[in-house]
Design a protein. Sequence first.
Length: 87
Amino acid sequence: MSKIRLSSEEVEDAGNGKKYVVRIGVDRVSAFMGAEELGVADMDKGYPVLLELYQGEYRLYVWGDINDEEPTHVISLEGARETKRKT
């Protein structure tokens, strides 16, 4: 079982001067992000953005609606690989 490293940082919105807490977590095959005002339906303190390596493919999952248990968007990042760059 891999350890999960969590980090949280207070950031200031340059547009309105308000301060927010942003949370980032990393484990062996994924990274997840959230903020104190964001959540996911079935998690107490959810991370509505997840970057996952699954069977050799990077995918980005987004929960755009706190009431949905399933992600509202799943994006393959295979087209973003450095090996796909046109020279």
